[in-house]
Write a protein that binds this ligand. Structure first.
Ligand code: UD1
Ligand code: MG
Length: 409
């Protein structure tokens, strides 16, 4: 079996996104698009990943743990073939197979790549690509086959004849190449097209023309094929990703009462027999234990940890806080930068005042405390186990220190 590396193209300036940010940093369910493509590569065991960056390169690099990534600069974005050619210095002599993927395809799944690799090996082809059949193929490169079904080439949307525009089989940009043949073919690509760019798809046509075996396998599900080129496509991709996230959670024993009206971040972890009520928004690396009930209308933010049997109700927001087993905050609370002990009850409308205009401070609430309705807990604050805060109280560390032993009465 040949050694395999991956090239991910992520240098493009995205005119259609209308953005000043690198396109691949735009988030799908809380993670940059490129993160999903990196995951898929790692899952199929590539030995090295080359990511071609250009526009906002430093911002892109700063976002990733890159021990297995080699960053490649493409100073001027002259097309996908040119982007791959920028890796030449590193890969010219590499005697193996090279996966080429686009950083703007966050819906990619490792299973599709596995099928691509298996087909490439079974057919012993020089290049293999995975294709999709789409009801609406507009925008994508079309796969042109001869009457026997053999692939002849890919024609970009803007270069298609009317007859080619009707082809529904498209190129989602999942390719596996014999590396040396790829780089030979790239040298010959010319920018003879409406955009005046060097197209990777033309390298493939070149490989076919020189008599090498190229195989196209229709292995990509329509909802996996999508490349994100606009804000509208970003929202469609996010919706599809959201369905996948929720599907997986439900398979793992989480009840999501109304999936269409719930949003859960890709980084969130939720354990069995927890119920997520409608209009709940979970954003960031939130961890939720067993048997919790969250929502309706709850908002959980990054750094939130709910242990087991926690109940959060309407309009409760939690940020960067750990809530131990059995905590209840059923109505209109804000819990920020806090550690809340076991079985604490937080009454309606009570909040931690964690920001004094300059700095954020922490609140530690011991086990079995009772916080009455409408309490304001001014951080930094320590409440001992079993503390009782009366409804409507404004509690500061100073007020507790002054009360001394009478705090729990
Ligand atoms: C590309 C394919 C098209 C396919 C579609 C799938 C080509 C010529 N076309 O079109 O057949 O159907 O993807 O989504 O390959 N990039 C660079 N440097 C460049 C140009 C692009 O790194 O100079 C990167 C972009 O950041 C992006 C990826 O390559 O991640 C694809 O570029 P994009 O402009 O989105 O190509 P499409 O028009 O979508
Ligand atoms: Mg694209």
């Amino acid at each position: 079996m040949a050694e395999r590396v991956a090239i991910i193209l992520a240098a493009g300036v995205s005119k259609r996104m209308n953005t000043q940010m690198a396109k691949v940093l735009h988030e799908v369910c809380g993670r940059p698009m490129l993160a999903y493509v990196l995951d898929a590569c790692r899952e199929v065991g590539v030995t090295k990943i080359y990511v071609v960056v250009g526009f906002s390169a430093e911002q892109v690099k700063a976002q990733f743990d890159d021990s297995d990534i080699t960053w490649i600069r493409q100073e001027k974005q002259q097309g996908t073939a040119h982007a791959v050619l920028c890796c030449e210095e590193h890969l010219k002599d590499f005697d193996g197979d090279t996966l080429v993927l686009c950083g703007d395809g966050p819906l990619i799944q490792a299973d599709t790549l596995k099928t691509l690799i298996e087909k490439h090996e079974a057919e012993q082809s020089t290049a293999t690509l995975a294709t999709a059949v789409l009801e609406n193929p507009s925008g994508y490169g079309r796969i042109v086959r001869d009457t026997y079904g053999n692939m002849q080439g890919i024609v970009e949307d803007g270069d298609c004849t009317n007859a080619q525009l009707a082809i529904k089989e498209v190129n989602p940009s999942y390719y596996l190449f014999n590396n040396k043949v790829l780089f030979e073919a790239l040298e010959k690509v010319k920018p003879d097209n409406v955009k005046g760019e060097y197209y990777l798809t033309d390298a493939l046509s070149g490989i076919i023309a020189t008599g090498h075996k190229v195989v196209a396998v229709t292995a990509v599900q329509p909802d996996t094929a999508m490349g994100v080129n606009s804000r509208a496509e970003l929202s469609t991709a996010s919706k599809i990703m959201q369905q996948r996230i929720q599907q997986k959670l439900m398979e793992n024993g989480v009840t999501i009462v109304d999936p269409d009206n719930t949003w859960i971040d890709a980084r969130a972890q939720i354990k069995q027999d927890t119920v997520i009520e409608p209009f709940t928004y979970i954003h960031g690396d939130v961890k939720i234990g067993h048997g919790c009930r969250v929502g309706p209308f709850a908002y959980l933010r990054g750094g939130t940890v709910l242990k087991d049997d926690v109940v959060l109700g309407v309009f409760t927001e939690v940020k960067n806080s750990t809530l131990a087993d059995g905590v209840r905050a059923r109505h209109h609370s804000y819990i920020g930068d806090a550690a809340v002990g076991q079985n604490v009850n937080i009454g309606a409308g009570s909040i931690t005042a964690n920001f004094d205009g300059k700095k954020v401070s922490r609140t530690n609430i011991g086990n079995d405390c009772y916080i009455g309705s409408g309490a304001i807990l001014i951080a930094p604050l320590e409440l001992k186990d079993g503390s009782h805060v009366s409804a409507g109280t404004v509690v500061s560390q100073k007020s507790i220190d002054e009360l001394g032993d009478k705090t729990n009465t």
